[in-house]
Design a protein around this ligand. Structure first.
Ligand SMILES: C[S@@+](CC[C@H](N)C(=O)[O-])C[C@H]1O[C@@H](n2cnc3c(N)ncnc32)[C@H](O)[C@@H]1O
Length: 318
């Protein structure tokens, strides 16, 4: 979703999205504690580390292959950098393990990396033949083949509608069930093309189906919801959290959560007197999402759907 094709040494052609904007909004200060909850191949992390002296960075990713590359890339920063294989829903536990009381800048760059998308053996791409896998952490969990070949038609249709916003979800689900068993990404893409036709230029008809499966396989929305439940608590006073989202299912959650964190009351509408006792924890710095510049989209079409939202925790820095 966010990177161009690999053409050079490992990590070199990885194009992280809106790096300058992420650094500018997170504005790392000397000595800051930086948390990159989706460190991927380390592009944003490297830029954040370079932005101020004496910073420390904790980087998480659920994909061991991504972490190995990030480790190679960021390794020169010595003990300033700690990398852990973990899901960001578990970030509080990891923070506790490494002895941090919070972070001054937190980045979450959602979605998949080029490492995952462009490697046919990972099964994320409809452009190449590969196994129906799609697990970001290939050592655990249910793969896409399990869902494609075993889920009842009704559930498959609901998945395609809810996670892929596929208007013809029922027809696609019916065709998949009829053509079972499906073993490869190409076989699945062909079934979808058989139902939807060739699609509009630049948009493969299987895009929505693959997105839906990827979200389900990796339980992406539950992960995000768990992170957002009390994500403001990760921030030290004055600390900032930036989230880069790539589709409306993610961005809506981020927008609504930030609004709730910034509210002075979260009682249901028309409650005559406030009974919730909630007081604002953050202020929203981006009332509208920040979008990539046209030049970045021209250079890296995978950036086109990116939306950056940022909050700042209230309270004075110690
Ligand atoms: C868009 S890439 C991040 C790229 C990174 N910002 C960079 O500059 O290289 C998203 C990364 O998040 C990871 N990821 C997705 N969901 C995750 C989760 N719930 N917990 C931890 N890592 C996750 C993916 O494995 C992937 O490496």
């Amino acid at each position: 979703m966010t990177m161009e094709k690999d053409t050079g040494p490992v990590g070199a052609a990885h194009v992280p999205v809106m790096v300058a904007e992420a650094v500018e909004w997170l504005r790392p200060r000397p000595g800051a504690f930086l948390l990159d909850a989706t460190v991927g191949l380390g592009g944003h992390a490297a830029a954040l580390l370079a932005a101020a002296a004496d910073t420390r960075l904790l980087g998480l990713d659920r994909d061991p292959a991504a972490l190995a590359i990030a480790r190679e890339r960021l390794g020169t920063s010595g003990d300033r950098v700690v990398l852990r294989q973990a899901r960001f829903a578990d970030v509080s536990r990891v923070l506790h393990e490494v002895g941090w009381d919070g972070a001054d800048a937190v980045l979450v760059d959602l979605g998949v990396s080029s490492l995952q998308l462009d490697d046919p053996t990972r099964g994320f791409s409809f452009q190449a033949e590969g196994p129906l896998d799609m697990r970001m952490d290939p050592t655990t969990g249910v793969d896409a083949a399990e869902i494609v070949n075993r889920w009842p038609e009704e559930e498959l249709a609901r998945l395609l509608r809810d996670y892929g916003e596929e208007p013809r979800a029922r027809a696609v689900a019916r065709a998949i069930v009829r053509r079972r068993p499906l073993a490869t990404t190409a076989a699945l893409a062909n079934v979808v093309r058989g139902v939807l036709g060739r699609g509009r230029p630049g948009h493969h008809p299987a895009t929505r189906t693959f997105q839906a499966l990827r979200i389900a396989v990796n339980d992406e929305l539950t992960e995000l919801d768990q992170f957002l439940a009390d994500g403001w608590m990760l921030l030290r006073p004055g600390g900032r959290l930036a989230v880069l989202a790539y589709h409306s299912l993610e961005d809506r959650r981020v927008k609504e959560t930030f609004r709730r964190w910034a509210a002075n009351c979260v009682c249901p509408p028309r409650t005559p007197v406030c009974v919730c006792g909630w007081r604002a924890k953050v202020r929203v710095l981006t009332p509208r999402p920040v979008r990539p510049a046209a030049a970045e989209i021209a250079r890296n079409p995978r950036a086109r759907s990116a939306r950056l939202r940022v909050v700042e925790r209230l309270g004075a820095r110690p």
